[in-house]
Design a protein around this ligand. Structure first.
Ligand SMILES: [Zn+2]
Length: 489
């Protein structure tokens, strides 16, 4: 009963947005988000682009190799010229292509050239800088992120990165909702500094398509990562506020012997001690306090030094990590540190070494994210990790939640409490998902709808895959309306 109602709602959802499911889903990524660009030149390869002003004005067609477009901010508009000919000024212009995997080049004044796939929309920021938003196919974005975020040659290094970047992106689609796009291109979201140009990374992204990390309840997890753990990862609550079950400190000898395993930094002893006296009111004339401050040791990760959070010390002294010991040399102290980054979640260099040792990418991810597992959205029976009905319900409902999130307020469902994402409180009463508002797909929502409906399709496929694993356990009532189901599939 519960499933049938949920699926009725999902069927209606799919029917309403189906006309917009034309191309692969796209996300909007603000590029050059940390650069103030006052002028840019756009150039092309052999794949043609059209240039559209304010959404309807065709300024140029079939722009290819040899053509160039100059754009400068002009009050709250952008002024555009094509091959040296002025075309006027517009609130926004868009470089649109119908060719799959087409890309263009952006050369901003005073910044390095970059290249991006798919469409590029340009408007102004603060009336004096250019704002560029790449409307790019989701998996191309994931590949571009994998290329920007990790180094190496082996395909599985990028497969690991692609899975955590994909999971993060799917979970954080609304990070920049208020700004009118999904993600920025720097580490606030995920680095995305160019289209992917390396075949091994494209291969890694393609092979890991639809693979994401979920927790015990089937929820997509947050996937923080850092350069190197120094031999032990950190608990989430030691770095941030929340204690998260899958972000536990684990021993990580894989991070030894890499570029960022060790660091040292030295300071004048007086300066070091005075900092604790002034900023943290510690009595540095007290011998035992003084002794601890200059001889602090961390064989295992700690979270505080004399009550001062190590994360605060790290920030104030600009240290590579909180995993350091202090060695006293009279008038100076040397901080002998391990690792680089906050230490929570996956150690990239640890993962690189594990790949080089021949370890499986799933084992690598599951080493760093405690009790999390890699699942493939839309997986067939043998690929599903779920084995009992409650878990299946939980995973399925998570994807329903994701769709709702992606669709914002266009669809609102009233759910009984028993349909919570953890799915653990199974209720014998009728749990129904009731549609209370008709979705209206507006022009400006088309991209969002494409993305969401593709997510919906994946969810449906996942549900299908999960159902196959438990068909024997189902009671017939849940399948009473088979025609409707057949129609969806
Ligand atoms: Zn961001």
């Amino acid at each position: 009963m519960k499933r049938r109602c949920v699926f009725t709602a999902m069927l209606m959802f799919l029917l309403l947005v189906a006309p917009s499911v034309v191309r692969a889903e796209k996300v909007k990524v603000r590029v050059f988000s940390t650069t103030n660009i006052t002028q840019a030149k756009i150039t092309f390869e052999t794949m043609p682009y059209n240039l559209i002003g304010d959404g309807y004005d065709v300024l140029a067609t079939d722009l290819t190799k040899g053509d160039f477009v100059d754009i400068t901010p002009f009050a709250n508009e952008v002024e555009v010229s094509v091959n040296g000919q002025k075309k006027g000024s517009f609130e926004s212009v868009a470089f649109i292509t119908e060719v799959q995997d087409a890309y263009l080049y952006i050369t901003p004044k005073g910044a390095k050239q970059r290249s991006y796939k798919d469409d590029m929309h340009v408007s102004t920021q603060s009336n004096k800088f250019l704002k560029m938003v790449n409307h790019v196919e989701f998996e191309s974005y994931v590949a571009g992120v994998a290329q920007s975020e990790i180094y190496g040659k082996e395909v599985d290094i990028f497969r690991v990165q692609a899975i955590i970047s994909r999971t993060w992106a799917m979970r954080n689609m609304e990070k920049h909702k208020a700004d009118g796009y999904n993600f920025c291109d720097n580490v606030h979201c995920q680095a995305y500094y160019n289209r992917c140009i390396r075949s091994e990374i494209e291969q890694a992204t393609k092979e890991s398509m639809n693979e994401v990390l979920v927790d015990n309840n089937g929820n997509l997890i947050e996937t923080p990562f850092h350069s190197n753990s120094g031999g032990q990862t950190a608990n989430s609550e030691d770095v941030w506020q929340a204690k998260i079950a899958y972000l536990r400190s684990v021993q990580d000898t894989f991070s030894f012997g890499m570029k960022q395993t060790y660091w040292t930094k030295e300071f004048a002893t007086d300066k070091w001690l005075n900092y604790f006296a002034k900023n943290h009111k510690l009595d540095i004339n007290n011998d035992s306090i003084r002794n601890e401050l200059v001889n602090f040791e961390q064989d295992e990760r700690k979270s505080k030094l004399m009550g001062v959070p190590l994360k605060t010390i790290r920030k104030d002294w600009n240290l590579k990590s909180t995993f350091f010991s202090v060695v006293y040399y009279g008038d100076k102290v040397v901080l002998e540190g391990k690792g680089y980054g906050h230490g929570v979640g996956l150690s990239q260099e640890g993962a690189i070494r594990m790949v080089r040792l021949g370890m499986d990418y799933k084992d690598i991810l599951e080493h760093y994210y405690t009790d999390a597992q890699v699942v493939k959205l839309g997986a067939e029976e043998e690929e599903s990790s779920y084995s009992d009905t409650e878990e299946n319900d939980a995973a399925y409902l998570v994807y329903a939640e994701e769709i709702q999130k992606a669709m914002g307020n266009d669809i609102a469902y009233v759910k009984e409490e028993t349909l919570s994402t953890n799915g653990s409180k199974k209720n014998e009463n009728n749990s129904e998902m009731v549609k209370v508002e008709t979705p209206k797909v507006k022009d400006e929502d088309v991209d969002r709808a494409k993305r969401s409906s593709s997510l919906a399709e994946r969810m449906m496929k996942t549900k299908e895959g999960l159902d196959k694993t438990t068909e024997d356990n189902e009671d017939s009532e849940e399948y009473e309306d088979e025609e409707e189901w057949t129609y969806v599939w």
